[in-house]
Design a protein around this ligand. Sequence first.
Ligand SMILES: [Zn+2]
Length: 447
Amino acid sequence: MTHQAFRYALDVNDRQRGLLASHAGAARYAWNWGLRRIVDTMAAHRAGEATTCLPSAMSLHRDWNSWKKSEAGIAWWTEVSKCAPQEAFRDLEAAMRAFWDSRGGRRAGPRVHFPRFKKKGRTRDRFRLTGAIHVETGHVRLPRLGRLRLHEAAKPLLDRLQGGSGHITAATVSREADRWYVSLAVEVDRTVPVSNGYRDTVGVDLGVLALATLSTGEVVAGPRALRAGLRRLRRLSRRHSRCQKGSANRRRVTRRLARHHARVAAVRRDHLHKLTTMLAKSHGRIVVEDLNVRGMLGNRQLARSLSDAGFGELRRMLDYKCRWYGAQLVVASRWFPSSKACSACGAIRTDLSLGERSFRCPGCGLVLDRDLNAAINLAGWAHPAVAASASETENACPRGGQTAPGAARPDDAGTEPQRASSPGPRKTWTLHKGVMPKGGEVHGKET
Ligand SMILES: [Zn+2]
């Protein structure tokens, strides 16, 4: 059983738009209400007035139910599904737990800050519903909100639901610019193949100029629509900042800017989906660098293109798609010098600058596109022989589970006879020496 989200744009009328907004408002209100209680409890605890532990989502919801009936000021709660506040309390509880775990060193990744109060207009409008959620052709039926029209027919999801291989657990409704979306969390009975049948290994170098360069020589450029979209985005935001505050014109530009933002994000997401699906479906093993995305984003020159390319997003997608389609995702150590090592003789160039687009090896004379050289190195890194020797530096789990769950560990690699008997890394490398094989032809099996 895997979890999969199906996200659709909604086509709603004015009445529904109002209802969606009040649900989002209720969720925000409940979050703030709960957070206020938590903050007060903590203050009382510090002052020695209270010894109780912090309220859980369940107790918050119980208190909320008795409070809302006593309060005349919030008449809207009758028209809003009780799920919206309830789920907001669950989110709040999860946020508190993440905060404590992060503070206590029990949580990997960047530090989690204390939950913040949500201001109207400053936070994303969103809410989650559980319970009776149904999908019909082109429509979704939600508790309280009734039948909402989807922008598309939702055929793949319908097929799953009708075939009994899927089950909706929750619906998250959110607004992006002036458009509402529903994301349906579905428990999917997906037969996860052990292998997709491919025995090859592909190295993927994520880059700035090209979104991805594969060790097969294929180059995947970032979508041109994105580049053009970003130019327009810059222009709009300049215009926006020149408009007088509070003017009707500024409001209009704000709306356009938000709309355009959402469109650029959609283009990028779509492109990343295509790339990651292609990789997971047509290669047996995929090796990527463990880019320290956060660290790199600190470098402002690179930051733009990197965040545009959405490396983190790409890794996340690659992770679950590899599991779906039976490919193996390997994350090379972040100290593996994929771009500085020669893919033919292994010599390391410590003086390689970021501006040099081709890799020239002083040792063996290899001249190769810089990204391709890195991709070939990555492909070689995945090889059991290489992986075993590099196992002490492998970044299998550097900060407690940061590595993608689909990623292979060196000991996994050793148990696979086909790979152990496949040609050594040197051979694979020289295959590409100085040549750029045509895209797509290396999808076949390694023998
Ligand atoms: Zn060399």
